[in-house]
Ligand binder design. Structure first.
Ligand code: SF4
Length: 271
């Protein structure tokens, strides 16, 4: 088998379901990619492990047929002996998929005891129909990397019309309707650590179950490669840019500051 084919097979590159990949919080997580064909997101985060997003949009539509995802899921489920959770993530923002609720229902039928969760940038949660599609998930993890619109633009580089205010409105509406746990996941770098107090105030307003502090673990790839789905450690030989991360001391100070300020459960990948 040629190297490229071997790589594609290892990373399930022809499948809308990938992994399982080991997650520092979730255990062995099977990734569900409802976007798949190209990288498509309402953000273009400057640290994104997918690289420069190809289609920066907040257009909600069907990107992959539901049955294809269910067929791919069944195939991997039959081959893998240990999977703890199914996580919607992949090649962009999963809530842009208009058929995500069909995938959630289909996977529930195929694996009734497997918890399902989503990593979302929360840009579409202001829409009632999007919140309705997610209601049967076991956990929703929302991304908040900025505490004001200026930093939001610099870090997340959103599609036209997407604002931090819209993100926060969506999360608050979700809290009123969704019965499962909502967690916050944030990526910190020297650029956004300066707003620690503003960020703490924002967390106090939202009061998520858990806050996960993250840092970019891999350099930023110059372009999209599907094998970058999931948080595996492998680096490829294409061009990348190193990202500035926090020092362990900065991270530890920040973590204890947040714990003291908010009283929330704070978990950190920096340890
Ligand atoms: S929200 Fe996620 S997929 Fe979208 S650009 Fe940011 S890191 Fe990448």
């Amino acid at each position: 088998m040629r190297d490229k084919e071997k790589e594609e097979e290892i990373f399930n590159n022809r499948s809308t379901v990938y992994g399982p990949v080991k997650s520092w919080r979730l255990g062995m997580s099977l990734g569900i990619d409802p976007i798949f064909e190209t990288s498509t997101c309402s953000f273009n985060c400057f640290y994104c492990q997918l690289g420069q997003i190809q289609e920066i949009t907040d257009q909600i539509r069907e990107y992959v047929p539901t049955q294809r995802v269910l067929d791919d899921f069944k195939k991997i489920l039959d081959e893998s002996d240990r999977i703890d959770v199914a996580t919607y993530s992949g090649s962009g923002e999963p809530t842009l998929a208009a058929n995500i609720h069909e995938m959630i229902a289909g996977i529930k039928k195929l694996a009734p005891h497997m918890p399902q969760m989503i990593l979302t940038n929360a840009t579409e949660l202001y829409l009632p129909e999007v919140r309705e599609r997610l209601k049967d998930l076991d956990k929703i993890i929302v991304k908040i990397d900025a505490a004001n619109e200026e930093t939001f633009k610099k870090v997340n580089r959103p599609a036209a019309g997407v604002t931090l205010a819209r993100v926060l409105k969506g999360i608050k509406e979700l809290q009123k309707e969704y019965s499962g746990p909502i967690e916050v996941q944030s990526m910190f770098m020297p650029l956004n650590i300066k707003e620690a107090s503003e960020y703490a105030a924002l967390l106090k307003e939202i009061r998520p179950e858990v806050v996960q502090l993250n840092t970019p673990k891999r350099p930023y790839p110059s372009e999209w490669h599907r094998e970058n789905r999931g948080n595996h450690e492998k680096l490829f030989d294409y061009r990348t840019t190193d990202l500035k991360t926090l020092t362990p001391e900065q991270a530890a100070d920040f973590e204890s500051f947040l714990r003291k300020e908010t009283g929330l459960e704070i978990l950190s990948i920096y340890k």
